[in-house]
Design a protein around this ligand. Sequence first.
Ligand SMILES: Nc1ncnc2c1ncn2[C@@H]1O[C@H](COP(=O)(O)OP(=O)(O)OP(=O)(O)O)[C@@H](O)[C@H]1O
Ligand SMILES: [Mg+2]
Length: 449
Amino acid sequence: MTATTVWRDTGGRLLGGWGPLLCVLVGALMALVLPRVGVEDECCAKLKGIAHVRCQVWGRSQRHTVQSTSLTVPFTALDLLPYRSKPSKETEQEARAALQQAVEMKKLGKRDKAHRLLVHALNMNPDFVDALTELGTILEEEKDVVQADHLYTKALAISPCNQRALVSRDRTLPLVEEIDRRHFSVIDSKVRRLMSIPKGNSALRRVMEETYYHHIYHTVAIEGNTLTLSEIRHIIETRYAVPGKSLLEQSEAIGVDAAMKYINTTLLSRAGAIAVTDILEIHRRVLGYADPVEGGRLRTSQVFVGHHIPPHPQDLQRHMEELAQWLNSEEALQLHPVEYAALAHYKLVYVHPFVDGNGRTSRLLMNVVLMQARYPPITIRKEQRVEYYNALDTANEGDVRPFIRFIAKCTEITLDTLLIATSEHPVGLPGTGHEQACPDCQQTIPIHN
Ligand SMILES: Nc1ncnc2c1ncn2[C@@H]1O[C@H](COP(=O)(O)OP(=O)(O)OP(=O)(O)O)[C@@H](O)[C@H]1O
Ligand SMILES: [Mg+2]
């Protein structure tokens, strides 16, 4: 996928692009020039040298281009990475001992044991570059290239010029890009199948309506709203309250419904850029019933999201303007729609511009981007919460690709649901399934205005 184009380490693209060519050239040169004995070692040393020089030249020059809302923030911007307390000397020693043992175990062919020891080392010291790289190597040998690449990248986030990690990632990056590209083409082919279903298809209309309620259900349930799917349907269809359920919970559901209608009736039928005011208007409706004072208003206090410390309230206006600029930039518009949508979501939760409702608003913004590209809107299910939050954490640590993959997975699940429901023998939505979609997504969710 083009996900790597949004890598914080833009140097990675250079490495990825020129790496293989350089390898071949240097390898050929070495074979001619050096005596056969020790050629491999020499080659390796030269490659490491080149990787190191590239890192010094490009890695360093990127250090001062930091923009905290930008995913092109280089990994070297360590001050932006979430703060973690430094492990004690003893803990570091234990981690080093575990690494040494792991290397021994691997030599003896006890790979499982080596794997476990490395996980232990990283539990002791999550920023232990040598353990990250060693575990990456084991995973790579076990053909888990995606995870290996993630670990090398994490190692480079901590130590941008680590030679072993640089050389290893030169190897894995092109492979991972290819895997991601293939996943996107599978998604695209499913979108095409969906688009080929006639607009008036009754099964499609039915599943679109169902998925509308599913979206509301899951998006409010992710952080604990206890309304059931049928209660949400009841509230929105009848506007009668459900006895025994809190007003706040009911207001949250009504707010998301109002925001989705706003999106469908205004944003999607309007050509042109997404502005900061559009995001504020979505949020104004999301929170409008539960907290009308804060709805549509940038926060004025500092908030904390797990390990993540979003920007200072004073800087929010600027961050939001930068976000809108990015949303409408050539760079963003050229991305695959899933990648574009995932990044829009991530960038908004990274800024966390509101006191509350950031997640709901970001998930809606993500769907605006998808629908504008004529993809179906997607739902992150409440059961996926842990995976979702972990992917956001990983993005904060410097690797946004797992989050893009997570959104790609959600997109595919949505597409499968819609395709199954509109096939000749529909089986309905699984459990508290997914949300709406349509071949003509500009008119998604044409219900209850
Ligand atoms: N580590 C993280 N970094 C950035 N954003 C995160 C992280 N963990 C969670 N989030 C986002 O923050 C949201 C929670 O923020 P907030 O409470 O403002 O949103 P919400 O809409 O009220 O809640 P929710 O989306 O969970 O229902 C999550 O839904 C998720 O999108
Ligand atoms: Mg909240």
